[in-house]
Design a protein. Structure first.
Length: 71
């Protein structure tokens, strides 16, 4: 699953069902233009429970990577 462009000043939501009991997945967010991603965050949920959150103030080197599932 990939998103080429995000809509500025909008909440951009992406949904994907995955089998976390069987496989390891990696969420990767990259600022490909290196112009900064500001005032936003990533939240991941499993069965309605938040399993990951990161504010873009913590965005290091234009990239966030988070593994989840059976890793």
């Amino acid at each position: 699953m990939s998103a080429k462009k995000l809509i500025k000043n909008e909440v951009n939501k992406f949904y994907k069902c995955v089998k976390t009991q069987r496989h390891c997945y990696k969420l990767k967010v990259v600022d490909s233009e290196a112009n900064g991603i500001k005032s936003g965050h990533i939240k991941m949920f499993r069965d309605g429970e938040r399993i990951y959150m990161n504010h873009f103030e913590e965005f290091e080197e234009g990239r966030i990577t988070q593994k989840f599932g059976k890793c």
